[in-house]
Design a protein around this ligand. Structure first.
Ligand code: IMP
Ligand code: MG
Length: 175
């Protein structure tokens, strides 16, 4: 089996941390005086979730969901499966879904509908990366760390076949 090659650094940890501060301020402004629940999507969002949550000075709880739509392949299947559901009710709550990347939009479109069906008050989306060229369904993304072009991204939580999540920067796989 051939071993994939990782490209050069696209986005550094420092740049990500700076964006997390800015986005944290935006969230504080948008939800001033209110409570929020951050729902991190496992496993890709873990590092970004940690960055964002510590920069939001509001009454906050956190929860996690795990979903799958990708296997080892780099193409979306269009099917979303819930592997771990919410632990706490979100009825009447301000929910911010924290995701690693929006590509086709299928995952977040599904998750947003799922939360709305559970009568969340507001559902917003906060993603580390947005890959608009991959979009197959239209979706409003409220907070975007960085926009990337149509490459397969790894690092800072994002994986290829479960590897590279631990890289402290964002890079891509060479074709
Ligand atoms: P979507 O449903 O196509 O928007 O894809 C969302 C999920 O696909 C993300 O949460 C990632 O797990 C995965 N994904 C999409 N693009 C990439 C990529 O470039 N690198 C790693 N994972 C990706
Ligand atoms: Mg993911």
């Amino acid at each position: 089996m051939h071993k994939e090659t990782v490209g050069t650094v696209m986005i550094t940890q420092e740049q990500i941390n700076e964006r997390a501060v800015e986005i944290g301020r935006e969230i504080e402004r948008d939800f001033a005086g209110q409570e929020v629940i951050l729902v991190g999507i496992l496993r890709g969002a873990v590092l970004w979730m940690a960055d964002v949550m510590k920069n939001v000075n509001l009454d906050m709880t956190i929860d996690f969901m795990a979903v799958s739509s990708y296997g080892a392949a780099t193409k979306t299947s269009g099917v979303v499966k819930i592997n771990k559901d919410l632990d706490s009710p979100i009825e009447g709550k301000n929910v911010i879904i924290v995701e690693d990347i929006v590509d086709s939009g299928v995952t977040l479109n599904y998750l947003k509908g799922y939360m709305e069906n559970r009568d969340a008050k507001v559902v917003k989306i906060c993603t580390l990366l947005d890959k608009p060229e991959g979009r197959r369904v239209e979706i409003d993304v409220d907070y975007i760390g960085f926009t990337v072009d149509d490459r397969f991204i790894v690092g800072y939580g994002l994986d290829y076949d479960q590897k590279y999540r631990n890289l402290p920067y964002i890079t891509y796989l060479e074709d």
